[in-house]
Design a protein around this ligand. Structure first.
Ligand SMILES: NC(=O)c1ccc[n+]([C@@H]2O[C@H](COP(=O)([O-])OP(=O)(O)OC[C@H]3O[C@@H](n4cnc5c(N)ncnc54)[C@H](O)[C@@H]3O)[C@@H](O)[C@H]2O)c1
Length: 244
């Protein structure tokens, strides 16, 4: 029987690459995102896959919407990948308004909490959960305090959930470095010289290039698979050696 997976933030970028990767291993993937237009428009992309990707419009921070999305899924869920997130504005703590703080923590952390809470009771045959945090959750980040704090909390949540839900459910976390997606583009566009900033970041990565969404998807697919049967509570850095 094929696995059923739920991937949040799967409308584009890393989440989409994860959804496609899991579908290639034969899974039926429910792809949740605020905006699934791109995913719907490229249905042909999934013809080669063994499994399939089902786009579902859903605000993963909204308990009622998450519940509704889960109710539309038949049978048990085997894999959950929490990827939805936003980077927020470049501000230090005194510069961060309440609304901005709440927005970043809600999009990055509450989504993980709310979707995990809804999915865990559906993992009746056991399962694997992978959260997407960030290396900034480990190192901190200049001018992105709220973002870094939200990602550090995901690291902590991973360890608590790994203990709470073993042995039936494994819970792991991937911390990507700089991955070339819309979020990364938005980040470099804020620099005085975006092209120079992109080159600077790239030049500091030991493996010599920015990450691709597929680099993260490979790590997620491993952690979600039987190959990782004895791995839980792990924090896997996927950053081309940036924090080595
Ligand atoms: N790109 C990077 O360099 C990088 C590095 C480290 C970690 N990450 C993390 O990886 C994840 C994916 O990032 P990305 O670069 O693909 O970003 P992205 O902006 O390209 O994609 C993020 C997706 O999440 C969706 N989303 C946001 N809030 C949502 C919500 N409440 N409900 C449902 N969907 C929601 C967006 O609509 C979007 O499709 C994020 O959690 C991000 O913090 C990215």
């Amino acid at each position: 029987m094929r696995n059923t997976a739920v991937v949040t933030g799967a409308g584009r970028g890393i989440g989409r690459a994860v959804a496609e990767r899991l579908a290639r291993t034969g899974a039926l993937v429910h792809a949740l995102d605020l905006d699934v237009t791109e995913l719907r428009d490229s249905e042909g992309a999934f013809e080669v896959s063994l499994g399939s990707v089902v786009p579902k419009q859903c605000d993963c921070a909204d308990t009622a919407q998450v519940k509704r999305a889960l109710n539309e899924i038949d049978g048990p869920v085997h894999v959950l990948v929490n990827c939805a997130g936003i980077i927020g504005q470049p501000t230090t703590v005194p510069e961060t308004g309440d609304e901005e703080w709440d927005q970043v923590l809600t999009a990055n952390l509450s989504t993980v909490f709310r979707v995990s809470r809804a999915v865990i009771p559906r993992m009746t045959e056991g399962g694997a959960i992978v959260h997407i945090a960030s290396i900034l959750g480990l190192t901190g980040a200049r001018s992105y305090a709220a973002y870094a704090a939200s990602k550090a909390a995901i690291v902590s949540l991973t360890r608590s959930m790994a203990r709470d839900h073993a042995p039936a459910i494994r819970v792991n976390c991937v911390c990507p470095g700089a991955i070339d997606t819309d979020m990364f583009q938005a980040y470099v566009q804020r620099a005085a010289d975006p092209a120079a900033e992109r080159l600077r970041i790239e030049s500091e990565i030991p493996l010599g290039r920015l990450g691709r969404p597929e680099d993260v998807a490979g790590a997620v697919a491993f952690l979600a698979s039987e190959e990782a049967a004895w791995i839980t509570g792990a924090i896997l850095v996927v950053d081309g050696g940036d924090t080595a």
